[in-house]
Design a protein around this ligand. Structure first.
Ligand SMILES: [Zn+2]
Length: 139
């Protein structure tokens, strides 16, 4: 697979499961190209990502591997669908964390709101368990 970064000339769609938004003209994008083959034909496929999405995706994937290996468990093999569900939960967790951070940085903190957001974090921990376990960094 070849990977490079380029400036967008024609609108593309981000392939990252948790994004899938358009990448607009004049923005930068990461392009991955690879060959597909079937019935003795070979053709070039391309995937496009926002640079940040490409990094997030790679980091999340690495985190999943490290978490599983350091705990000495059997390596969890997630199907594509399960992995994509996991990534979506990870993104929601990150966004709730960010909202807590934003609320906490205010002069008058709405503790009720923070409490609700913290509850949401615990819900997400329950939700992610069947999809490769709770990430170490959540504890
Ligand atoms: Zn994206």
């Amino acid at each position: 697979m070849n990977v490079w970064i380029t400036r967008v000339k024609r609108r593309a769609k981000c392939k990252y499961e948790a994004c899938e938004k358009s990448i607009l003209v004049d923005e930068y994008m990461v392009v991955c190209s690879y060959f597909m083959s079937a019935k003795s034909k070979r053709w070039l496929m391309k995937m496009y990502f926002h640079p940040q999405c490409w990094i997030t995706r790679a980091v999340e994937e690495l985190k999943t591997r490290v978490t599983v290996e350091t705990r000495g468990r059997k390596r969890a093999v997630l199907s594509d669908k399960k992995r994509s569900t996991r990534v979506k939960i990870l993104m929601r967790h990150a966004s709730v964390n960010q909202r807590i951070g934003m609320e906490m940085s205010k002069d008058s903190v709405n503790t009720e709101k923070v409490g609700r957001l913290v509850d949401k974090l615990s819900d997400l921990a329950v939700e992610i368990k069947p999809y490769g376990g709770v990430p170490k960094s959540w504890n």
